[in-house]
Design a protein around this ligand. Structure first.
Ligand code: PGA
Length: 258
């Protein structure tokens, strides 16, 4: 049984003080929701403060990125050692990292290995851009992202991780994919490729989120799809009421009793 997971990726928003305020605002509402995993992903500098506020709750914490090396002369980077013990999840290969900071499937793969090596659960992002989508290249492109991103990752580890399918044309545009379309890519391509790489059991065990303009009024469309286990939420996760409402609706539709 796959426990649904709703994660809020705050991106480069919120100062430390604003992060603390936002978590205080959503903490009780989120904590009361059961049957789904709830994850907030603030900027690095706010992780420690937010961790302090989440301590006694059922809300988990994630980071937005990390380097694969434990330490070294990499000015401005954050290592898995620094995140170990501070948070549980780490987003890897978000399309904005790939587009603006030149991340490749190879660097994503190194980071996935590093995350597992340090007890962090990766949320690996994949997804095609508009041009690829219109050219009918979605399937091949996403399948390659999965293959290269997961190269050398054991079936056991794959089954424990989270993958987010986020069509780039749907991110921050207000133009979400349809539930049926996202479910098709997730079932056929994300799980299908993992079944080819490993086996059907692994493909059915991995949790796969949809991401891209998820809001309270469209979350049901995604959660009601058989292959979609949750959402990676950007813009709407910056508003406490919206994020709590998205999580509440997801739990109503698909919440599992742990
Ligand atoms: P969005 O972002 O919800 O603002 O579209 C999603 C994401 O990039 O994870």
């Amino acid at each position: 049984m796959r426990i649904p997971i709703i994660a809020g990726n705050w991106k480069m928003h919120k100062t430390v003080r604003e992060s603390v305020d936002l978590v205080r605002e959503m903490r009780r509402g989120l904590n009361d929701i059961q049957g789904v995993e709830k994850v907030v992903v603030p900027p690095f500098v706010a992780l420690a403060s937010v961790a302090g506020l989440l301590g006694p709750t059922s809300i988990r914490l994630g980071a937005q990125n990390m380097h694969w090396e434990e330490q070294g002369a990499y000015t401005g980077e954050i290592s898995p050692l620094m995140l170990q013990g501070l948070c549980e999840y780490v987003i890897i290969g978000h399309s904005e990292r790939r587009t603006y900071f030149d991340e490749t499937n190879e660097s994503v793969n190194r980071k996935v290995h590093a995350a597992f090596g340090h007890g962090l659960s990766p949320i690996m992002c994949v997804g095609e851009n508009l041009q690829q989508n219109e050219a009918g290249e979605t399937e091949a492109f996403v399948s390659q992202q999965i293959r290269e991103g997961l190269a050398g990752v054991t079936a056991e580890r794959v089954s424990q991780m989270v993958i987010a399918y986020e069509p780039i044309w749907a991110i921050g545009t207000g133009r979400a994919a349809t539930g049926a379309l996202a479910n098709r890519i997730i079932g056929l391509i994300v799980r299908g490729t993992i079944a080819e790489l490993h086996n059907e059991t692994t493909a059915q065990a991995v949790r796969v989120q949809y991401g891209g303009s998820v809001k309270p009024d469209n979350i049901a469309e995604f959660m009601s799809q058989p292959d979609i286990d949750g959402a990676l939420v950007g813009g709407a996760s910056l508003r406490a009421a919206d994020f709590v409402e998205i999580t509440r609706r997801a739990a109503e539709l698909k919440g599992t009793v742990a």
